[in-house]
Design a protein around this ligand. Structure first.
Ligand SMILES: Cc1ncc(COP(=O)(O)O)c(C=O)c1O
Length: 416
């Protein structure tokens, strides 16, 4: 038995089956303690955009730690890597003249965005605007705010009442959002949270026109539009941000993961002028929010080195190629007996959906998917819908695309 209480784990199953220790990474591959090599089909948890083993990130962190590991950034304090990072992120933000609030990860960013949104309306003299809208299938992390915003029902069960005044809307229908805002009363709605591509909820790309339409609904009703780009940020859709790809200038944008490719934990909330200006006005005073590691110097150095790699290696352009290549390579799996659908072709993300009828008929089926993939050299996991997650590093080579698709295919055949 391990002392490690694993996140998102059935510990009885972990204790019964044992742990798997991952000890090394190199490019698109990882290695376990027995030396077995796996293709990292998911870039860990959707984050390792530049691939593993980038020693220049380690070198940048080491150099920064030798000067200064970190220091508080509360009040007027800052440090050189944080200064460099936020200027860079602001320059790539989908809205000009944005400001960047740093956090330690995606859930922190969502929690921060929730507070910024509600406080924005208090500052604007409309404190009754507190209702938060989320979509079905949504995943916005696991802090209290993100759990309250969960559109995956299992993620919300068993905690009593968390954040109140949260309303669910359909995942794919902009008029459904408009109707919900009308029902609640637009003078009560603070913000709408939206993943440009739904990730953990099963990889669902936005229906054509959906993002533009919900953006317009928010404009019409004054509701803040919050793009949750924790997965889509930093290249996964071929732009720095999916919001740029779809031209939806969000009021707030939450991000994490790809900002450091996970080499160290970091998140951010990017605020458009509409939102930050009232907070920055003379006389408004302190925004009493921030984290010990908001602006950690060594983490910011890792982020800058990571952004250098994305730029130098042309990974945004590579993502555009990979989006098509993945769809082409994975598409044929849809005809496998165990598969009902392959969702791919928008961004470097895909879901190979195990047929719900097959796992209804064979309740043990889903538990066999990951072991079968591992046996065939593919490290992945299943999502809430019972789909195999595909979200590889953006540095994936052409050969590795084939390795990925054939490995999943072989795993399905083994299970079949
Ligand atoms: C869209 C989205 N938002 C928020 C989060 C939470 O991020 P973290 O796990 O870094 O707290 C995630 C994590 O997967 C995510 O996919």
């Amino acid at each position: 038995m391990t002392s490690f209480w694993h996140p998102f784990a059935d510990m009885a199953a972990v204790d019964a089956g044992g742990e798997l220790s991952i000890v090394r990474g190199e490019g698109s591959h990882i290695f376990d303690a027995d030396g077995r090599r796996y293709l990292d089909a998911t870039a860990s948890l959707w984050y390792c955009n530049v691939g593993h083993g980038r020693t220049e990130i380690a070198d940048a962190v080491s150099a920064q730690m030798r000067d200064l590991e970190s220091y508080s950034t509360f009040q007027d304090l800052t440090n050189p890597p944080v200064h460099a990072l936020v200027e860079r992120v602001a320059a790539m933000a989908p809205v000009a003249n944005s400001r960047v609030f740093l956090t330690s990860g995606g859930s922190d960013s969502i929690d921060s965005a929730t507070k910024i949104a509600r406080r924005y309306w208090a500052l604007m003299g409309e404190p009754e605007r507190i209702v938060l809208m989320r979509r079905e299938r949504a995943y916005h992390g696991m802090h209290t705010a993100g759990t309250s915003l969960a559109g995956i029902p299992a993620n919300l069960e068993g905690y009593g009442g968390l954040l109140q005044d949260v309303v669910e809307v359909p995942w794919d229908d902009a008029e459904g959002l408009r109707a919900a805002i009308e029902r609640v009363g637009q003078r009560r709605v603070a913000a709408f949270f939206c993943e440009p591509i739904i990730g953990a909820g099963g990889v669902y790309a936005p229906p054509p026109g959906y993002l533009e339409a919900v953006r317009q609904v928010c404009r019409d009703t004054g509701v803040l539009f919050i793009a949750d780009e924790v997965i889509t940020g930093f290249g996964r859709t071929g732009e720095w941000f999916a919001s740029t790809r779809w031209g939806i200038e969000p009021d707030l944008l939450t991000c994490a993961k790809g900002i450091t490719s996970g080499y160290l934990p970091l998140g951010a909330v990017i605020a458009a002028p509409r939102v930050w200006e009232p907070f920055f006005a003379p006389g408004v005073g302190m925004f009493r929010h921030g984290y010990t590691y908001s602006g950690h110097a060594a983490v910011a150095a890792a982020a800058c080195a990571n952004l250098d790699i994305i730029e130098r290696d042309g990974l945004l352009a590579r993502a555009v190629e990979l989006e098509a290549q993945l769809a082409e390579a994975l598409g044929p799996l849809a005809s496998h007996d165990l598969i009902s659908e392959v969702r791919a072709g928008v961004g470097v993300v895909a879901a190979v959906q195990i047929d719900p009828a097959a796992y209804a008929a064979d309740p043990g089926l889903l538990a066999r998917v990951v072991p079968a993939c591992r046996k065939n050299g593919i490290m992945t996991r299943t999502l809430a819908t019972g789909a195999i997650q595909v979200s590889p590093p953006l540095s994936l080579s052409d050969d590795e695309v084939e390795e990925l698709a054939s490995g999943i295919g072989a795993a399905l055949d083994d299970m079949g």
